[in-house]
Design a binder for this molecule. Structure first.
Ligand SMILES: O=C1O[C@H](COP(=O)(O)O)[C@@H](O)[C@H](O)[C@H]1O
Length: 241
């Protein structure tokens, strides 16, 4: 894996294939969990949705860890029935959580079936005692969105933004969603983006050009790490990767 740093806040790590991306993410999660459990006895992990992390989640039960200390959160959710196949929580349940040893009460799904405003309010309350996440996993959409923070929408970057946003008119279905704000996602000891698929070329190029895409609005103190499949790099920039 080759690593690059365009600025102090964004560290790029290029891999040749999805299998390497999964392996690299698995190692980072394991290390973050070990440190958090040793230092604080609890590990707060935020999950990304979409399709990219599914293969990673399917590997997670092979991790040697004390699952009793894990708390799982969601960065965003789609306002669909609780068991709808397009729900982010359903994907994570099917791939990992339903067969994991994490206590069920420590898997904190967003109740998006209530509709965006009610679900956002409820999740603010669920999150109230979590000061800082240990690790936030995020994806990158083809338009540069992350979680459910879309171009042209409120990303929750202001100091008085609520921690959880009710999203309407999202350009990617379903239009009604719930998302942690950029500020809340950035209140983390570590943030790791997982980026795969040729469809992400434009978004990766925009981010590397320092354009203000939603993903670039996640700014934890320690900076972010971006694991990128090399196919996401435009041909003209391939030598940089
Ligand atoms: O809709 C969403 O899209 C992004 C990216 O998903 P991917 O399928 O391209 O991996 C995802 O990170 C987000 O959680 C999800 O709701």
């Amino acid at each position: 894996m080759k690593s690059h740093q365009l600025d102090a806040a964004t560290r790029w790590h290029f891999v040749n294939a999805v299998e390497q991306l999964v392996e690299a993410a698995f190692i980072r999660i394991h290390a973050a969990a070990r440190e958090a459990l040793r230092e604080r006895g609890v590990f707060h992990l935020v999950l990304a949705g979409g399709t990219t992390p599914r293969a990673l989640y399917a590997r997670m039960n092979g991790m040697d860890t004390d699952w009793r200390g894990w708390h799982v959160w969601f960065g965003d959710e789609r306002c669909l029935a609780a068991d709808h196949p397009e729900r982010n929580s359903r994907m994570a349940q099917d791939a990992w959580l339903a067969s994991s040893a994490i206590p069920a009460a420590q898997i904190h799904t967003i109740p998006a079936e209530l509709g965006a405003p009610a679900a956002a309010n409820a999740y603010v309350n669920t999150l109230r005692n979590v000061e800082e996440f240990d690790l936030v996993l995020l994806g990158l959409g083809e338009d540069g969105h992350t979680a459910s923070l879309f171009p042209g929408h409120d990303w929750g970057t202001c100091p008085d933004s609520p921690d959880v946003l009710a999203v309407r008119d999202a350009p990617k279905p379903p239009p009604e969603r719930v998302s942690l704000s950029a500020r809340r996602l950035g209140r983390a000891r570590a943030v790791l983006f997982l980026v795969s698929g040729a469809g992400k070329c434009d978004a990766v190029a925009a981010w590397r050009r320092d354009e203000p895409i939603p993903a670039a609005a996640i700014r934890p103190v320690a900076g972010v790490d971006v694991l990128v499949e090399r196919i996401c790099i435009q041909p003209a920039n391939k030598e940089d990767a």
